[in-house]
Design a protein around this ligand. Structure first.
Ligand SMILES: C[S@@+](CC[C@H](N)C(=O)[O-])C[C@H]1O[C@@H](n2cnc3c(N)ncnc32)[C@H](O)[C@@H]1O
Length: 267
């Protein structure tokens, strides 16, 4: 029976792209489609991520989880820099990870990199049985909903070492942009500021995400991303910091609660 052409267009549905479902053909991989899938800029933006984390204190003995690692644009550099076995990666797309593993990593890198540290998963399953000192999600929060970001923070919270840092990049929606603004797409698939695009966030949205675990939040801003994504840092609190935060909360809630009870009694 003749088959009707079925042409899958990557990100054709901007509001709900199917990151897991995209399967690259051998021809696409040979043509470097896995590089395009992660945004190109292959020769510089991977190295830049490594250099940035080194500037933030990353050392070879640290354990790092690369969330939405794609085809190892940065992973190849992290693998070279970190002690063997300290690089971990998860990504929604198995096909892109496999293409990167087979065609971008050298034999030496593959020998150094345990394959058990790599996992295709779209729900931020980062439980590899270890605690991470560093985590990075470069150009990932630019593709997922706030529900996903919350899930990421919640699950990552359980696997980060106290004091560990999670660096995440995102597209900033300026606070002067009204919530209900409608602005037509400038280019096909690039309507970042229409109400249909779910993936441009206010600073406050990223701060809100820190609620879903024992995190502190810090806006860093420009860090040299080629598409001008800004950086935020979430730091996993130590048990002492968690206790101090809880005590401060109770202290703050205390007089208010007393006032409410007094009002009830008087009124
Ligand atoms: C623009 S690419 C960036 C890849 C990589 N961080 C880099 O810098 O090369 C975004 C990646 O996020 C992945 N992704 C999208 N949704 C995800 C999810 N829910 N969980 C994990 N990865 C996801 C995509 O499959 C894609 O590889």
């Amino acid at each position: 029976m003749p088959q009707i052409e079925h042409r899958v267009e990557l990100d054709a549905d901007l509001t709900n792209p199917d990151f897991s479902g995209r399967v690259l053909t051998p021809e696409e991989i040979a043509a470097g489609e896995h590089r395009a899938y992660v945004g190109g800029v292959w020769d510089t933006h991977g190295k830049h991520q490594l250099e940035y984390l080194i500037s933030q204190g990353l050392k070879p003995h640290h354990k790092l989880i690369d969330i939405g690692c794609g085809a190892f644009r940065a992973g190849q550099h992290f693998i070279d820099y970190l002690d063997a076995g300290n690089y971990y990666g998860v990504d929604a797309n198995h096909s892109v990870m496999q293409a990167g593993y087979e065609t971008e990593l050298t034999d030496e890198q593959r020998a150094k990199q345990p394959i058990e540290n790599l996992r295709a998963n779209d729900r931020f399953d980062t439980d590899f049985g270890v605690k991470f000192d560093f985590a990075i999600a470069n150009s990932v929060f630019t593709h997922v909903s706030l529900n996903h970001i919350r899930l990421c923070m919640y699950r990552l919270d359980r696997v980060m070492a106290p004091g560990g840092s999670f660096y995440a990049t995102y597209f900033v929606r300026k606070k002067t942009v009204p919530i209900d603004e409608i602005k037509p797409a400038r280019r096909r698939n690039k309507g970042f500021f229409t109400e249909k695009n779910n993936y441009v966030y206010y600073r406050e949205d990223l701060r809100w995400a820190a609620k879903w675990g024992d995190w502190s939040y810090e806006y860093i801003g420009d860090w040299g991303h080629p598409a001008n994504q800004q950086m935020v840092r979430y730091t996993k609190l130590t048990p002492e910091q968690v206790a101090a935060r809880q005590a401060a909360k109770e202290h703050k809630a205390g007089p208010g609660r007393v006032r409410r009870i007094a009002r009830r009694i008087v009124g």
